[in-house]
Design a binder for this molecule. Structure first.
Ligand SMILES: *Cc1c(COP(=O)(O)O)cnc(C)c1O
Length: 400
C-alpha cells in the first residue's frame, strides 16, 4: 500500500495537487487541515458520520445485478452500485455530510457551496437544514436557467442561491465566487467543496468521505459473487464519485480501474470535458495542479457535455496521478453514446440514471460484449436521472 499512500503532508499526489492559492486563503486552509488531522484520528467523529449515513442517507446502498441488460449485451455481467438510491439522489450527500460535521466541530454557523447542475447545491442546502446552519450557494447564471428544479429545491430547503454573472456563467465561475466569499468571511464560514478537487486538504478529505462507496462494494461483491469484480468503472467530472469507488480498490490486484470522462461532441471536435483522455497539459485551477483543458496561453477553454455535472475543465489531482502511475485508465464517452445508454438502462432495468452516470454505463455497454459471461463489471451509478428529464426531452423529442 506504501506506493499508494498519497497525498503527502503538503497535499501532493505525485506532481499533482498542492495549495496554489492567495495568501489570504492560507489561514483558512491551514485551520481546516489541522482540524481534519484531529478528526481523522477521532473515532467519535466517524461514528457519528456513519450513523448519519445509515439513518439519514440510507446506507449501505445496494449492489444490483443488471441481468436483462447484461443478457442483451451477451458478454460480461454488469452490476450497479446504487448511489442513485441515496437521500437527495446522488453520491454527493456523503461528502456534504462529512464536511457539515466538520463545520459544526469548527463552530462555523454559515456554510457556502458552489454548484453546477445543482446536485451539490441541493446536498449542501440539505445538510445545512439538517444541522441548523445558514447556507449560501453560488451558481452560474447560465446553470440557474438550465437547472431550475434544483434551484427551487435549494430555496425550499432554506438556502440563498446567488447567481454568478462572470465568465461563462457556469461551474468554474461559481467556484471562483465561492472562494472569494470564503476569503471575505473566513471566521464565520465553512466552504463545502463539491468534488475531489481544489486546494489541499479538500481532495483528500472529500475522497475519505466518499470512499464509503468502494469500502461497501469490497464487502458486497464477495457476498454476491464470491469475489471482487474484474473491472470497476465510474464517470469523472471533478472526480469524487469515481475516487470514492476507486480508492479502496487501488491496492487490490487484478481489478481494472476505468474513469469515464465526458467526450461531448467527440474529442476531435474540441467540444468536450475530457482533460485526461484528450491529453490536456498540466496546469493550475482552483488551487491545485492537475490535467487541465487550456489554450496555448494557459487560459481555460470552454467545455461541453450533455451532462452539467461533468462539464468541468479540470479533474481532481488523485486521478491525474493514478493515470500517470498506470493504476487507472481514463476514456471518453460522447453525448450520443451516453444518451443511448441512458435509454437502455431505463427500458431494460427500470432505472432512470443520471446523464453523468450514463457515461460510465455506456462504456460498460461497449466493452461487455467483448468479455466472457463469467466476467464482472461494477458500474458506479452515481445518481438518478430525474433532474435530467428536461434535457433528455429536448434532445430526443419525446414530449413530457
Ligand atoms: C456531480 C455529479 C457527478 C460528477 O461529479 P464527480 O465529482 O466527478 O463525481 C457525477 N454524477 C452525478 C450524479 C453527479 O451529481
Amino acid at each position: 500500500m506504501d506506493r499508494y499512500n498519497f497525498p503527502d503532508a503538503c497535499g501532493h499526489f505525485g506532481q499533482y495537487g498542492g495549495v496554489y492559492v492567495a495568501e489570504t486563503l492560507m489561514t483558512a486552509l491551514d485551520e481546516l487541515k489541522n482540524e481534519y488531522a484531529r478528526v481523522k484520528a477521532d473515532p467519535a467523529f466517524w461514528q457519528e458520520f456513519h450513523y448519519e449515513l445509515k439513518h439519514y442517507v440510507g446506507r449501505p446502498s445496494p449492489i444490483y445485478h443488471a441481468k436483462r441488460w447484461s443478457d442483451a449485451l451477451g458478454g460480461a455481467q454488469i452490476y450497479f452500485k446504487r448511489e442513485d438510491l441515496n437521500h437527495t439522489g446522488a453520491h454527493k450527500i456523503n461528502n456534504a455530510i462529512g464536511q457539515a460535521l466538520l463545520a459544526r466541530r469548527m463552530g462555523k454557523q454559515r456554510v457556502i457551496a458552489e454548484t453546477g447542475a445543482g446536485q451539490h447545491g441541493v446536498a449542501s442546502a440539505t445538510v445545512a437544514a439538517r444541522y441548523g446552519m445558514e447556507c449560501v450557494v453560488y451558481m452560474g447564471a447560465e446553470d440557474i436557467k438550465r437547472q431550475s428544479p434544483n434551484v427551487f429545491r435549494m430555496k425550499l430547503l432554506g438556502a440563498t442561491v446567488v447567481p454568478v454573472e462572470s465568465g461563462s456563467q457556469t461551474l468554474k465561475d461559481a467556484l471562483n465566487e465561492a472562494m472569494r466569499d470564503w476569503v471575505t468571511n473566513i471566521d464565520s464560514t465553512f466552504y463545502i467543496l463539491g468534488t475531489a478537487a481544489g486546494p489541499h486538504p479538500y481532495p483528500m478529505l472529500v475522497r475519505d468521505f466518499v470512499s464509503v462507496i468502494g469500502t461497501e462494494s469490497k464487502v458486497q461483491m464477495p457476498e454476491l459473487i464470491g469475489r471482487q469484480p474484474d473491472v470497476i468503472v465510474a464517470c469523472v467530472g471533478g472526480g469524487s464519485n469515481a475516487i470514492g469507488l476507486f480508492h479502496p480498490y487501488i491496492d487490490v490486484p487484478g481489478v481494472r480501474i476505468v474513469g469515464v470522462e465526458a467526450g461531448g461532441h467527440g474529442l476531435s471536435s474540441g467540444r468536450h470535458a475530457a482533460p485526461i483522455s484528450s491529453g490536456a497539459a498540466v496546469g493550475v485551477l482552483h488551487g491545485a495542479k492537475s490535467y487541465l483543458m487550456q489554450d496555448r496561453n494557459g487560459q481555460i477553454v470552454e467545455t461541453h457535455s450533455v451532462s452539467a455535472g461533468l462539464d468541468y475543465p479540470g479533474v481532481g489531482p488523485e486521478h491525474s496521478h493514478l493515470k500517470d502511475i498506470g493504476r487507472a485508465e481514463y476514456v471518453a464517452i460522447n453525448d450520443d453514446e451516453a444518451l443511448q445508454a441512458f435509454h437502455h438502462c431505463c427500458r431494460l432495468e427500470g432505472i432512470i440514471p443520471a446523464l453523468e452516470s450514463s457515461h460510465a454505463l455506456a462504456w460498460a455497454g461497449k466493452v461487455a460484449p467483448e468479455m466472457t459471461k463469467d466476467q464482472v463489471i461494477l458500474v458506479n451509478l452515481s445518481g438518478r436521472g430525474d433532474k435530467d428529464i428536461n434535457t433528455v426531452a429536448g434532445l430526443t423529442g419525446i414530449s413530457l
